[in-house]
Ligand binder design. Structure first.
Ligand code: PLP
Length: 393
């Protein structure tokens, strides 16, 4: 079977990271990897903080955060006045959910591609308020139009108080037509939260053009920011209704500062995040995106071939820069979350490869990512060794 040519490597890129060279790191999507230069930038900020904590926190920190927020919002194509920095996508989702004022009889609508922890958050808010949670089934092979139609048919205007849609799904590595979904929900008066945890850095997005009521994205995955850096973007009508999870000194300032200032915390990840964008821009955003997407596609094909999966059965991610790809595992493998976790750990231990093993729709899936520090031989090695490991059970 012919496998597509892998992309030209980006020479020296691996040296920009402190990743263990004896391991193939094929799961950038879960927790990212922070370039050494960005780690250094954050350490310098921490040194500054520790040299005089009083001065660091009381003289100008709120302004420095606001400055950083404007910079990051510019990168995302989001309104800086509608953007709040938060620790992670999960926090952004929780802020939105608890600001909605859900009541008994209301419902929150999601899809069955949604992120597990976001599902738990929706369920807890529903339990707390007497609302209900409903998840729409979207087939893995559904095209964009079908996705929009499934959502349209699933909305219950008046009752559905929020639709949560992923821009790029985690378990299924699938790009959803976020702007079109927002459009159809808007026609029915249903607010939308776009969970774009993977979008910043990977997808060429302009958040404002998606038109969502709420959008949340992580910069600590594909935008090389230190962990703990995410953005919550809120449309104008909602801004004054948004309440922080923790009330602190900026409460009276209103959105976004009241969401950002969460008392005494280490804010250096946010302040160092522009160094991540600098690294990306220096390498060339388009070049990085094209490289990563092509490498993930290569990895999907070689590992898929090794497992005997026909190319037609390898899920297409739906966009040219999607840098995560899915491979179906043999029937009966990793069909529960515990089994998936155990298999991921076995692959890490025996094959020295970090991969994501997912369970979706009663089936086990391998998710492989491409990043600038990866090379084609890492996927080749996995392809050679994985079938025997799976055969051993
Ligand atoms: C779609 C999606 N939503 C939310 C999250 C949660 O991100 P975080 O752990 O940074 O809050 C992830 C993480 O992988 C994700 O893939």
């Amino acid at each position: 079977m012919t496998v597509p040519q892998p992309p030209e490597p980006i020479p020296g890129a691996r040296l920009l990271f402190s990743l263990d060279p004896s391991v193939s790191h094929l799961n950038h999507g879960s927790f990212g990897a922070v370039p050494i230069g960005v780690q250094r930038a954050q350490q310098r900020l921490r040194d500054e903080m520790e040299s005089n904590p009083l001065r660091f926190f009381t003289q100008g920190l709120v302004d420095r955060i606001a400055h950083t927020r404007r910079h990051l919002a510019g990168f995302l194509g989001a309104d800086p006045d509608g953007t709040a920095l938060v620790g992670n996508a999960t926090t952004g989702v929780a802020v939105v959910l608890q600001s909605l004022g859900l009541r008994p009889g209301d419902e929150v609508l999601t899809t069955d591609h949604g992120y597990g922890a976001v599902g738990f958050s929706v369920q807890r808010e529903c339990r707390r308020t007497g609302a209900t949670h409903r998840a729409l089934h979207v087939p893995l092979t559904a095209g964009d139009e079908e996705v929009v139609e499934i959502v349209r048919a699933g909305l219950r205007p008046g009752r559905t108080k929020l639709l949560v849609i992923d821009q790029l799904t985690s378990a299924t590595a699938r790009l959803f037509p976020a702007a079109a979904v927002v459009g159809v929900a808007r026609e029915h008066g249903v607010p939308v939260l776009v969970d774009a945890a993977h979008a910043p850095g990977m997808l060429p997005i302009t958040v404002a053009s998606i038109g969502a009521d709420f959008w949340v994205g992580n910069l600590h995955k594909w935008a090389f920011a230190p962990r703990g850096t995410a953005a919550l973007v809120v449309a104008p009508p909602w801004r004054e209704r948004i309440e922080p999870l923790v009330v602190s000194w900026e409460q009276e300032t209103g959105f976004p500062a009241r969401v950002e200032w969460q008392a005494t915390l280490d804010y250096t990840s946010w302040l160092a995040a522009p160094a991540g964008l600098f690294a990306l821009r220096s390498l060339g955003l388009d070049r990085v995106r094209a490289h990563n997407a092509a490498l993930a596609a290569y990895g999907q094909r070689v590992v898929g071939d090794a497992l005997g999966v026909a190319p037609a059965d390898l899920p297409e991610p739906g966009g040219p820069t999607v840098s995560m790809r899915l491979i179906p595992l043999p029937r009966g493998v990793a069909t529960t979350m515990d089994a998936a976790k155990a298999l991921g750990a076995r692959i890490a231990e025996r094959l020295a490869a970090e991969v994501a093993v997912m369970t979706w729709n009663d089936r086990g899936w391998l998710r492989l990512c491409g990043q600038i520090y990866n090379t084609p031989d890492e996927y080749d090695r996995l392809a050679v060794r994985l079938p025997a490991l799976l055969a051993k059970g």
